[in-house]
Design a protein. Sequence first.
Length: 262
Amino acid sequence: MVDDTRVHSARRYNYWLGGKDNFAVDRESGDMIAAAFPGVRITARENRGFLRRAVTHLAAEAGVRQFLDIGTGLPTADNTHEVAQRVAPSSRVVYVDNDPMVLVHARALLTSTPEGRTHYLEADLRTPEKILADPEVLDVLDLDRPVALMLVAVLHFVRDDAEAREIVRTLVDALPSGSYLALSHATTDFTDAEGRARYLSMIDAGQVDAYPRTAADLALILEGLEVLEPGFVAVSEWRPDDDGPRPDAGDVAIYGVLARKP
Ligand SMILES: C[S@@+](CC[C@H](N)C(=O)[O-])C[C@H]1O[C@@H](n2cnc3c(N)ncnc32)[C@H](O)[C@@H]1O
């Protein structure tokens, strides 16, 4: 059931990206956060740029042909399978999201090339074992071959550090060596003390639900994986593909990281 009385992160993010698939509650929440943090629309845009560049790298340079994209979001430009299949039409992508509205749109819009496959699963990141045991997921993805796990702007909705670590460990353990994790994650590492205090007070008031982590927190979550160059940087600084001016990392406030399972 699609609930239009409760804010949903996918719809609010769609609003920040200039999309139309959102309700009044999502716009109100989006405007309130944007009033306190005017950079948030930049964050959304830059985060999409990271996703595009990371998938392009994975498909073109690393030769990855399978993607497990958890926290899909509402379809927009350059969705994971479009970017991957542009490089390699045989790429297979499983999209997972816990918002039923995302899945309705995804089924309609995220259609595969004839050579590749796409699949959509309504499931929660917090129950990774269910995702990994789903027969259709296992029909699309061969877990004996490298998979790129995409956790792009979703892990920060899991507040508890131990739970976040366990989720990533469960998912990564199921994938073979040579698999990758593309992660983007909210942070206040680039924010000044006043902005950080403001952000934390909005979390306490239940006005934002993206819990920031530091680079050190994320390094613990990624323990056992090789973090590839350039390491932990704002998504906008992650292997930019043009020389244009880039926004201030403090406005972006979200890390982009690519790691490989040895
Ligand atoms: C901010 S959007 C990110 C979309 C896309 N990954 C991107 O970066 O452009 C977060 C998405 O994660 C989904 N989501 C949030 N919590 C989730 C959970 N526990 N399990 C699965 N999906 C979740 C939301 O429904 C939303 O579609």
